[in-house]
Design a protein around this ligand. Structure first.
Ligand SMILES: *[C@@H]1O[C@H](CO)[C@@H](O)[C@H](O)[C@H]1NC(C)=O
Ligand SMILES: *[C@@H]1O[C@H](CO)[C@@H](O)[C@H](O)[C@H]1NC(C)=O
Ligand SMILES: *[C@@H]1O[C@H](CO)[C@@H](O)[C@H](O)[C@H]1NC(C)=O
Length: 499
């Protein structure tokens, strides 16, 4: 079926009620999966005498979880939608139940099981159907309840396994539904109006974006005036001299100063989730175990040129060979460590690489695969973006600007900033805190598409951007430095942002 053709039964789109633009961007990828799944299902083998099994999320459920008006089929008329199954949906803290709709024309047996990667943080999920039985013959809904134990604040990887046995053919189909459940404390005072919490998160996202936009525009002004060579470094330097000992108050003040008309009452700021850096509590074995499901064989990866190099980390341009068809190759970023890297550094690379895992948005670049074979240096693979790191790119633009007639325009920069805003707004809605948004953690391709990525190895590759505040922990001091930067040059920034 083509998207323009009449809707087949069961596939209902409501173009009349499109979600707002903010909801569109995160949903596009998923919509694509829904559409492709639909096409796949329609072109699949006919269903003569087949059980006609359907498993899906209703439109209501998809809207609740993703904000898109569509049904999401996992199985449609016996055809499995692998794209839909590959989505690792994020379940926010306040959502504690999932609903699946299913039915089958003839006898199909099922077995249901769950796997939780951190049983301490979450109790085993409960369902309101038995764990073994026959798929109902009429359209039914089952519920899966997810309860955080409250003993820990963390994210939990959760797999719901549904084994399907079609009685005529005695073989089992194993389906894995992956979910990433957030278990964070929600300030009880502010729990009640979830929409206002959401608005708050979005506004925080937008604030981040505005700050970033201002930073980029200032960067351009600097490029044009050619006054400074090392913008970011000077930013950091000026920041480091200004009361770094109180990072949290600085951030709050900044939010207030930047958004004087923000309707969000100041009292709601405590809802901003504060994440502790608990990297030290994770061992290398645990970090490896967490990424086991995306591990691939080292043989499929060929390393080419080194793109960036630090004291213990390196980013390569690599080639990933397709699993089934060895003639198909995909370019990748490969983050890896050198021989002298300590176990803690390797653990940190693996842990930080998972920051955006399971997120699907065109302005986010989450981890793709890992190679964690014993005796080899671990590698983290991300899809390749051919113009590479955004910070290096912007720096290079400045260098070539003098003799390059096609230097990037201000429109391009604003377009980049908007894309980052889009990605951040999505992160905010998914309750993922990036903690280190900066140009160094973004990548760009030749169509000027920008994607936010994780900050694994950034401390090593951009040491000038991180400061050790008397202890052994390196922090990006960008918030403080931007504030001072903005305060100092507020008029010129206001002029640019104003129109
Ligand atoms: C599903 O089948 C696989 C392979 O046969 C088995 O390992 C797994 O335990 C089964 N899961 C459930 C929930 O029964
Ligand atoms: C399970 O719960 C859902 C929603 O709470 C309900 O719609 C459904 O009928 C229940 N299913 C069974 C088998 O009780
Ligand atoms: C499972 O059943 C399908 C459909 O009947 C059949 O095509 C397939 O070969 C079977 N697979 C195995 C491993 O028996």
């Amino acid at each position: 079926m083509l998207p323009g053709a009449p809707d087949p039964p069961g596939w209902r789109r409501r173009w009349g009620r499109q979600p707002g633009p903010g909801l569109w961007c995160p949903s596009l990828l998923l919509l694509l999966a829904v559409l492709l799944g639909c096409i796949e299902a329609q072109t699949g083998p006919g269903s003569g005498g087949e059980p006609e099994l359907n498993v899906y999320m209703s439109e209501e459920e998809v809207r609740r979880l993703i904000g898109l008006d569509a049904e999401l089929y996992y199985i449609r008329n016996d055809i499995i939608n692998h794209r839909a199954l590959s989505f690792n949906l994020i379940i926010p803290t306040e959502t504690s139940s999932l609903h699946f709709s299913w039915h089958s024309k003839s006898k199909v047996e099922y077995k249901l099981g769950f796997h939780v990667d951190n049983p301490l943080a979450m109790d085993m999920p409960q369902t309101n159907i038995s764990l073994q039985g026959d798929v109902p013959r009429s359209l039914s809904v089952f519920r899966v309840d997810l309860f955080c134990s409250g003993k820990m604040e963390t994210e939990i990887m959760l797999v719901m396994q549904l084994n399907i046995t079609i009685s005529s053919a005695k073989n089992i189909t194993v389906l894995n539904f992956k979910r990433r459940k957030m278990c964070y404390r929600i300030d009880p005072v502010n729990v009640a109006p979830t929409t206002s919490t959401r608005v708050f998160y979005i506004s925080v996202g937008v604030c981040c974006a505005v700050i970033f936009l201002v930073a980029i525009i200032l960067a351009v002004l600097h490029l044009h005036s050619m006054k400074r060579v090392e913008l970011d470094d000077s930013m950091s330097d000026s920041g480091s001299s200004q009361g770094l000992s109180q990072p949290s108050t600085q951030t709050t003040q900044y939010l207030r100063a930047d958004t004087p008309n923000n309707a969000t009452p100041v009292t709601s700021y405590p809802t901003l989730r504060i994440e502790k850096n608990d990297l030290k509590s994770v061992t290398l074995q645990e970090a490896k175990a967490k990424v086991k499901d995306i591990a691939i064989s080292r043989e499929r990866v060929t390393l080419k040129d080194v793109l960036q190099e630090g004291t213990f980390g390196r980013i390569f341009h690599g080639i990933l060979v397709d699993e089934k068809d060895p003639s198909k190759e995909k370019p990748m970023f490969v983050k890896t460590v050198k021989d002298q890297a300590s176990e803690a550094q390797i653990t940190m690379m693996l842990t930080e690489s998972c920051k955006l895992r399971g997120l699907h948005h065109r302005n986010l670049l989450p981890i793709g695969h890992v190679c964690i074979e014993d005796g080899e240096k671990p590698m983290v693979l991300l899809p390749f973006m051919n113009w590479g790191n955004l910070k290096l790119f912007l720096r290079q633009c400045k260098l070539v600007e003098a003799n390059n007639p096609q230097a990037i325009s201000q429109q391009d920069l604003v377009h980049m900033a908007i894309q980052i805003a889009c990605g951040m707004s999505y992160l905010a809605r998914r309750e993922v805190i990036h903690k280190d948004l900066a140009a160094r953690n973004c990548v760009i391709d030749e169509s000027l598409q920008v994607k936010i990525t994780d900050n694994a190895l950034s401390r090593d590759l951009f040491p000038m951007d991180y400061h050790c505040l008397g202890d052994n922990e390196n922090r990006p001091v960008r918030w403080m430095s931007l504030e001072s930067l903005v305060n100092k040059e507020f008029s010129s920034a206001g002029d640019v942002v104003g129109p």
